[in-house]
Design a protein. Structure first.
Lengths: 337, 329
């Protein structure tokens, strides 16, 4: 195997990745569960071994899964070794050599596999490193300028590195910093929306930043942030031009339900979901939300009356009286007669 | 005590009975007894026709609700209706009357709110009276029910007020007005004169439509002629004096005097505006005869212009270009 070959491979991938978009899972659990990916790759690998065929598609598929595993857990050296071996079996010699080298650079010297790997990779010749430094420099510069998404942004640069086949434990650091910055911006958009600033562009930006934050977070996003992201998504669905139709209201309600599931204390999400449920004539569901979000609101009493009416007309009458007298002032507290 | 039921009975007797909901709550905690008494008094304040279709109190409401369904979606729509409005429209009541009744030192205090389907709610003032029924009756009579009044002017564009309160600029949408005598004032738009304040009688029931006709103001035309004793003819008719009050349209003004060339010009006037017409007649110049001694100017000149307050230029005269060179003699 000649070093010149896999350098060409890496450079080719760099150029083809230039036009890549920034959306989609990149690093961390958003890519997948590393252990599950490894299990799936092992099965594919084992099947190919049993078939004793020189060319087996399973090796290529296993290599792809292991590549994802390295993205899901960039700081685990063993994954690079598994990737290298899969690639070797799949005939991806340049890629295998690159993964061997990343493993050797990342693994601790006392790792018993290190010596064996040095022997395995002898066909690769002198270790050579394709230059990803320029891409990383552009990433850090964009991050410093808070350009997180869109062309020339840190998100776009990270995508290009990944598309170019970049491997390495430092992907974790890149992703971590990008995620932190994205979530900071997203949280600001969430707070603004909670305060009433619900312009469509700001909502879209907030949703995009939560997406980027999730795609690069090294652990599952905390419940609160998942709730905020879904809340902004629900608001965005409702803010689209034109009167929200049934489909759009259903989509918004689903997102708000996600928000409520992650953060039941997010009362604004409950209020909005309650409104949508009432519009869809799910008055029982709406009552649940209104009781939580606006227990003293006259609409809550109206929903209580609506739900109570078929079986408890006395209770419905009491609630309707409360609705009617709600705005009249000098309330006696609902009338005790 | 006798007066109050009578007053309300008279008030509603002429009106068609409609399904209504009447609810009473205490004004303040601890005044449940007063509220209960007010609720008991309500049927006695109503004529039979109204009472037959009235649902009074929570217990009757509960029975009336049996078999009904609520679908208060409008309270959650965008824009949302008032939840109370959703109740009224859902239950099929023509209107609901909410009463708050309580007791104060020296008597009773009652406030009433009327909700009518599709109309903004209306409240009575705080009615205070030593007698509960009378206080209740007075408070009810302030809001229940009142006819719709449509006020217009011919032409439209006037500002109308009723009892000193702004009603709006015509054409104004119809509004509710308590029955009885009211004072209607109209402020006319430019060029019109409104009549003096008018009496407006609103009956107990039904709609009222009243149109006030505005008087069109004439244009004021001041004619200044030289010589001053020139005769003035308007559309061929001799008129006396130099100050004219003319309805808006086009006229032909003619000034003439013996020994002078007549001067004629057309003038279009607009309502309510003032115009000044000035003209100097040119003496007739026979060969060798001197100009008349009162010819004040060498030329016959004229001008007609609206006063500074008036807009628009008068039409050009159709005769009377300046009459030649000054007499050399």
């Amino acid at each position: 195997m000649r070093a010149r070959g896999w350098i060409a491979l890496a450079l080719g991938l760099v150029s083809s990745g230039a036009a890549a978009g920034t959306a989609g899972p990149k690093v961390g659990p958003s890519v997948g569960d590393a252990q599950a990916l490894v299990r799936e790759a092992r099965e594919l690998f084992a099947n190919c071994r049993q078939q004793k065929r020189r060319k087996c598609e399973g090796y290529t598929q296993a290599a792809a899964k292991l590549l994802d595993a390295t993205r899901a857990e960039p700081r685990t050296p063993a994954l690079y070794l598994s990737l290298a071996r899969s690639r070797r079996e799949a005939g991806q010699e340049a890629g295998a050599c690159y993964a061997y080298d990343v493993f050797l650079a990342a693994a601790p010297p006392e790792d018993p596999e290190v010596e064996k790997v040095r022997f395995e990779r002898h066909a690769c010749g002198t270790p050579r490193t394709a230059s990803f430094d320029a891409g990383k420099a552009r990433f850090w510069k964009a991050l410093a300028l808070k350009r997180l998404s869109g062309p020339g942004s840190a998100g776009a640069e990270l995508s290009q590195l990944l598309d170019a086949g970049y491997l390495g434990p430092d992907l974790a650091e890149l992703a971590d910093k990008l995620s932190e910055a994205a979530l900071e911006g997203a949280e600001a958009a969430f707070q603004a929306a909670l305060g009433g600033a619900r312009g469509q562009d700001a909502l879209r930006r907030g949703v995009e930043l939560y997406g980027l934050g999730r795609d690069t977070h090294l652990s599952p996003l905390p419940d609160a942030q998942e709730a905020h992201a879904a809340f902004l998504g629900g608001l965005l669905a409702l803010s689209e031009p034109g009167r929200p139709d049934r489909e759009r209201q259903a989509r918004a309600e689903k997102l708000l339900s996600t928000a409520v599931a992650h953060a039941p204390e997010l009362l604004e999400a409950r209020r909005l979901r309650g409104l949508l449920r009432a519009r869809a004539e799910d008055f029982g569901g709406a009552l649940e939300d209104f009781q939580a979000a606006l227990p003293e609101d006259s609409r809550t009493a109206l929903l209580r009356a609506t739900v109570a009416l078929p079986d408890h007309p006395e209770e419905a009458a009491t609630q309707l009286e409360a609705v009617l007298f709600h705005s009249m002032g000098e309330s006696s507290g609902g009338g005790g007669r | 005590m006798i007066f109050a039921p009578l007053a309300l009975s008279l008030f509603v007797a002429a009106c068609p009975a409609r399904p209504t909901l009447w609810l009473v709550q205490p004004l303040a905690p601890g005044q449940d007894t007063v509220a209960a008494r007010a609720e008991q008094a309500l049927p006695s304040l109503m004529p039979q026709e109204l009472r037959a279709q009235a649902v009074i109190g929570r217990a009757q409401l509960s029975r009336a609700l049996s078999g009904k369904k609520l679908k208060p979606t409008c309270a959650f729509a965008e824009p949302a209706c008032d939840p109370a409005e959703a109740v009224v429209s859902n239950l099929g009541f023509e209107w609901t009357v909410q009463v708050r009744a309580g007791e104060e030192a020296g008597g009773f205090r009652v406030r009433v709110l009327l909700r009518e389907a599709g109309m903004p709610p209306v409240t009575s003032g705080d009615e205070r009276d030593p007698d509960l029924s009378r206080a209740l009756s007075h408070a009810l009579s302030q809001v229940v029910p009142f006819p719709e009044v449509k006020l217009s002017t011919a032409p439209e564009g006037a500002v109308v007020s009723v009892d000193g309160r702004a009603w709006g600029r015509t054409p104004a949408p119809p509004r509710r007005l308590a029955s009885g005598a009211h004072r209607l004032e109209v402020k006319a738009p430019e060029g019109y004169r409104a009549p003096e304040p008018l009496a407006l009688e609103v009956p107990l029931c039904g709609a009222v439509s009243r149109t006030v006709t505005l008087e069109e103001l004439p244009a004021q035309v001041q004619v200044s002629a030289t010589p001053a004793d020139a005769r003035l003819l308007v559309d061929g008719q001799l008129v006396q004096g130099a100050s004219l009050s003319l309805p808006p349209r086009a006229y032909v003004l003619r000034l003439e005097r013996d020994g002078y060339l007549p001067h004629e010009e057309s003038l279009r006037v607009e309502r309510g505006r003032s115009y000044t017409v000035t003209a100097a007649l040119e003496p007739v110049r026979d060969a060798g005869s001197p100009a008349p001694p009162d010819a004040g100017s060498p030329d016959s000149t004229h001008s007609a212009s609206p006063d500074s307050t008036a807009g628009g230029a008068p039409s050009a005269p159709d005769a009377g270009t300046p009459g030649g060179a000054p007499d050399a003699g």
